[in-house]
Design a protein. Structure first.
Length: 348
């Protein structure tokens, strides 16, 4: 049993070493030799939990984290304020400044009044994202090439990233319409499903709503669901001319001061204008929304990432390895007063 565990550890290190080496232009066999040699030299000096059956989980985690960071590049969360540096034990403490200092222009009255800013410490737990375990049998590892475990890792990274974006979109959309969190309704022609299309006038209404909230004109982002993108492509020449011109930063267009992105995982709203739960399914007459936000008033933060791994040597019946990951992340508005939602109205 111990010998089989050792062989599996060597094989997994060969896979990862070969993958890393190939990514930097070095022969895969060189990476495999180096990583296994490092395992022999460091096996007695690694901290508890750092090395499991000779498999370098830190390297696997590092590769996963790089993949996670790369995914957000170009997405609609790219470039918003990152508060990861102040995360502690997967909890972030925000200081919410309730009022901004009043500005006096050409003041002639002294002494100047004192204005106290009320600071409030708000602890926020990061969202926990966990993947279901993926089985990789010994037979698969012996039969396939170096990229088998890389494909497993990439699949977990993609699944986590999609879940992060869906959760972030949900957090950035208002629960319902209010004076500080407008939830507007589309006004275009209704299709066969009764959904009223979004129009350029609706996009302009979102701009007007953000103007009314006092949101600065720069750094506004509009995230459109696919239905709304298709509506605008079908009816608005201005949007068609902009769509897809420059996707180097993830945007699909720019209109009315918005950097426009497309995302299929925006929240669902009921016909009564209430936001449904994350990953809820749509009932009749319920559609995905689009939303706009002011980037500087949103934050994101990344916490810990952990790999869970059980080796085939501990599973005599199935002779398979199991791999999954846990990752902490959050994205949310600092204050719910700088965003607008456009839900699809169902025709009466």
């Amino acid at each position: 049993m111990k010998f089989l565990s050792f062989l599996l550890a060597v094989l997994l290190n060969c896979v990862m070493g070969g993958t890393l080496a190939a990514s930097v232009g070095v022969a895969p066999e060189v990476g495999a030799i180096v990583l296994n040699a490092a395992g022999v030299l460091l096996a007695g000096s690694m901290p508890a939990g750092a090395l499991h059956a000779g498999v370098f989980t830190e390297i696997w985690i590092g590769e996963l984290v790089k993949k996670l960071k790369g995914f957000l590049s170009g997405a609609w969360l790219d470039g918003i304020p990152d508060q990861s540096s102040i995360v502690n034990n997967d909890v972030i403490h925000l200081v919410d400044v309730g009022v901004e200092p009043e500005v006096l222009i050409n003041n002639t009255t002294y002494p100047i009044d004192v204005q106290v800013l009320q600071d409030e410490d708000i602890p926020v737990s990061l969202d926990k994202f966990q993947t279901k375990a993926t089985p990789v049998t010994d037979d698969e590892l012996y039969a396939v090439s170096y990229d088998k475990m890389q494909r497993v890792r990439d699949a977990h990274a993609s699944a986590i990233d999609e879940a992060k974006l869906r959760k972030a979109a949900h957090a950035l959309c208002a629960q319902q319409n209010s004076a500080t969190t407008p939830v507007l309704e589309t006004s275009g022609e209704a299709g066969a499903d009764g959904r009223k299309a979004i129009t350029l006038a609706d996009v302009l209404a979102m701009k007007s709503a953000m103007d009314g909230l006092g949101v600065p004109a720069e750094d506004r982002r509009l995230v459109l669901c696919p239905d709304h993108v298709n509506d605008l492509l079908a009816t608005a020449q201005t949007f068609r001319e902009q769509y897809g011109i420059d996707r180097t930063n993830g945007t699909v267009a720019r209109l009315y001061g918005f950097d426009i992105y497309e995302f299929a995982g925006t929240p669902l709203y009921t016909a009564a204008g209430k936001k449904k739960a994350v990953d809820a399914t749509a009932s009749t007459g319920e559609f995905r929304c689009s939303f706009a936000f002011y980037a500087p008033r949103v934050f994101k933060a990344t916490g810990s990432t952990k790999m869970y791994y059980s080796e085939a040597g501990t599973d005599p019946q199935n002779q398979r390895n199991l791999v999954n990951f846990r990752h902490y992340f959050i994205a949310m508005p600092k204050k719910a007063d700088a965003g607008v939602v456009m839900m699809s109205k169902k025709s009466a």
